[in-house]
Design a protein around this ligand. Structure first.
Ligand code: ADP
Ligand code: FBP
Ligand code: MG
Length: 359
């Protein structure tokens, strides 16, 4: 092994640069050259590679985003390509392999979520040496206890809840904070407990509107003028559907969620006369500097991925299990999503403190 390539795929999150930096620094110790692939698998198809030296990664540890760029559109196995002036999804995976070969790349380190790691698995199945590094702000990847960026997002959401508290307690209002969490409610659950929310609504537990109203009314009876609700964007009422903001025709998962906070607020006002205000935290959760936990975790993943290259372990993902970074087969990471189990210890803690989960 002489040369490795690294890419970042899918939605960004705080800590991507910390991984890239750790990969380059660790590879440098062993005399391995590193190439960066621009904009995820888009750059892999287009052959858009840049060399990454120690100087290139100097100063990027605290920077959010990714210096390499990313995409949540391009899949080399269904790559939108103009054929006779018409866009068509073509299998361009051989182009990727050709580009990697031409650049002298011996192994690919792919930092991504379920989508990018699914693509990575397909390249591993084609025989190319691939190592996955888990990335998702939603923390919903299987086989790893935690992904970097998640803790920073939780802190951002908790700070928002703290701020909402001070304005909420000045009025008789229900304050709703909509946070990320497409299928898994980890951000809502952790931020809700950390930020002292009264109601936490997650995709895994469809909610009953009257339960929420009852808990707000009970608080009012106890002299509490306000209530704080944190709702994951993928939450839905019992028997209802997730709220879709828009559809992207060019994505394998075309659904962009958003709007459950407003729907909930409208329903509480309409059916129970509760005055509500809604805040959507949105991409503030993904932006900004990673906290120290995420910098450490990201650095450990980067180093562990280079270790795997040196050990010749491919088709694997590096993962956090307990305090250890381990190697797990890539397919274990992508076979299913890691949802909040109904017996999750923090969920039980939340209920034990009287937090309403909406069911
Ligand atoms: N199940 C899948 N199999 C193969 N490719 C997928 C799958 N899901 C998503 N993709 C592709 O992977 C890319 C990244 O997916 P996305 O969900 O945006 O990011 P992430 O890597 O964070 O999951 C997109 O181009 C998408 O088309
Ligand atoms: O605005 P974008 O880029 O479509 O991404 C928003 C989506 O990404 C997510 O944050 C998930 O991202 P991850 O790939 O990091 O898990 C969802 O919660 C949200 O629906
Ligand atoms: Mg995904």
């Amino acid at each position: 092994m002489n040369k490795i390539a690294v890419l970042t795929g899918g939605g960004d999150c705080p800590g991507l640069n910390a991984v890239i930096r750790a990969v380059v620094r660790s590879a440098n110790q062993y005399g391995l050259e590193v190439l960066g692939i621009k904009d995820g698998f888009h750059g892999a198809v287009e052959g858009d590679f840049i060399p990454l030296s120690l100087a290139d990664v100097s100063g990027i540890l605290p920077r959010g985003g990714t210096i390499l760029g990313t995409t949540n559109r391009d899949n080399p196995f269904q790559y939108i390509t103009k054929v006779n002036g018409v866009d068509q999804p073509l299998d361009r995976s051989e182009d990727v392999l050709e580009n990697l070969k031409e650049a002298g790349v011996d192994a690919l380190l792919a930092i991504g979520g379920d989508g990018s790691l699914n693509i990575s698995l397909k390249f591993a199945d084609k025989g190319f040496p691939v190592i996955g590094i888990p990335k998702t702000i939603d923390n919903d990847l299987m086989a790893t206890d935690q992904t970097f960026g998640f803790q920073t997002a939780v802190e951002t959401a908790q700070e928002a809840l703290d701020r909402l508290h001070t304005t909420a307690e000045s009025h008789h209002r229900v304050m709703i904070l909509e946070v990320m969490g497409r299928y898994a409610g980890w951000i809502a659950l952790y931020a809700g407990v950390a930020g002292g929310a009264d109601v936490i609504l997650i995709p895994e537990i469809p909610y009953n509107l009257s339960r929420i109203a009852y808990s707000v009314q009970q608080r009012a009876k106890q002299g509490k003028k306000f209530s704080i609700i944190v709702v994951a964007e993928g939450a839905k009422p019992s028997g209802g559907e997730m709220v879709v903001e828009r559809l992207f025709s060019d994505r394998s998962d075309p659904v962009k969620l958003g709007g459950i906070g407003s729907k909930l607020g409208d329903d509480l006002e309409k059916h129970f006369g509760l005055e509500t205000r809604v805040t959507v935290l949105g991409h503030l959760q993904r932006g900004g500097s990673p906290n120290s936990y995420d910098r450490v975790l990201a650095s450990r993943y980067g180093v562990a991925a280079v270790d795997a290259v040196l050990e010749g372990k491919f088709g694997i993902m590096v993962a956090l299990q307990g305090r250890e970074i381990v190697q797990v087969p890539l397919h274990q990471a992508v076979d299913q999503l890691k949802l909040v189990p109904l017996n999750d210890p923090l969920l039980i803690t939340a209920r034990a403190m009287g937090i309403e989960m909406g069911d």
